[in-house]
Structures are given as structure tokens and as C-alpha cells.
Ligand binder design. Structure first.
Ligand code: NI
Length: 166
């Protein structure tokens, strides 16, 4: 086991705000990249990781929760119900957590490593993880859901952490 661990891009890296391109080729290279995403997520104790977070602007993400692994390729929401509020963090925002409102349940359409369309359902925390990772594929970050006041407080905290100013 000597999986390559990919470097996680941290906010405010501009790659995190970019839109990803759909995956069109389902080959060995894609399978290897997904393996690296899982390995990198494990190495950083994450429950999800999206390709833009390792600097790859492709619509690919992985989620793992309670022993179940999910591969999201070109995912889209096809149905959703209810709302939930809960604390969210992100590997691109180390040490930052905030309450985010999300649907309680989602049904998504995604493709597997062979390009076959799969339907996945997620409830509670899994729904939250799916939606958080899918946002990454559209350049959307969890702090975009917060009020200006909370967002600015987070920006301030991050610039202090990195020694930057303004
Ligand atoms: Ni994230």
C-alpha cells in the first residue's frame, strides 16, 4: 500500500471557485484517479473529497460514511425533500466549521467508473456530504451559504492562520 496522497488545495486557492468539466472518458486513468481521491481523503480523515480540491477541474468526487463508499461522476440532483441544519467542515478550510441548511434527503444521478448511470439516495449526513461535494464541482463553497458577517469572520480567521493581511 503506497498510494499517492494528493495535496489538498486550501481556501483561498482560486481553483476552488472554478467550475469543473464533465467526465467524458471512462478509462483506467479515471479509475486510478478515483483511487487516489479515496486514499487522499483517508489520509486527511475526510468523509468526502472533490477533484477541484486536489486541483483537478473534473466532475468527480468521493464520499465515505459508516463504511459505505460512494463515487460521484457527473452527479446531479434529481429529487430532494425536507431540510436539515447541521455543522459542516471542509478539507479546504482546516479547523473551520459552520452551520449550513441542506435538504434532509436527496436522490442523485451519477455515473460509475464504467460510465453507467446510477441512482443514489442519501439521507441526513450522507445527503449533506453528497451536496457539499457536488457544490465543489460547481465552484461553490460551504461558506457561500453563510451571512456576510459569518463569512467575513471566517476570512479573518483564515488570514490570521496563514499570516496574511486583508
Ligand atoms: Ni469541502
Amino acid at each position: 500500500m503506497d498510494e499517492e496522497i494528493l495535496e489538498i488545495k486550501k481556501y483561498p486557492d482560486p481553483v476552488l471557485k472554478k467550475n469543473s468539466q464533465p467526465v467524458e472518458v471512462f478509462d483506467e486513468e479515471l479509475a486510478k484517479f478515483v483511487e487516489k481521491l479515496f486514499a487522499s481523503m483517508h489520509a486527511h480523515d475526510g468523509v468526502g473529497l472533490a477533484a477541484p480540491q486536489v486541483g483537478v477541474l473534473k466532475k468527480i468526487a468521493v464520499v465515505e460514511y459508516e463504511g459505505k463508499s460512494y463515487i460521484l461522476i457527473n452527479p446531479k440532483v434529481v429529487d430532494q425533500k425536507g431540510t436539515q441544519e447541521g455543522e459542516e467542515g471542509c478539507l479546504s478550510f482546516p479547523g473551520i466549521y459552520a452551520n449550513v441548511l441542506r435538504p434532509q434527503w436527496v436522490k442523485i444521478e451519477t455515473q460509475d467508473l464504467k460510465g453507467e448511470v446510477q441512482t443514489l439516495e442519501g439521507e441526513g449526513y450522507v445527503a449533506r456530504a453528497f451536496l457539499h461535494e457536488m457544490d465543489h464541482l460547481n465552484g461553490k463553497l460551504f461558506m457561500d451559504y453563510l451571512s456576510n458577517l459569518k463569512r467575513n469572520a471566517i476570512k479573518k480567521k483564515i488570514s490570521k492562520n496563514t499570516g496574511g493581511h486583508f
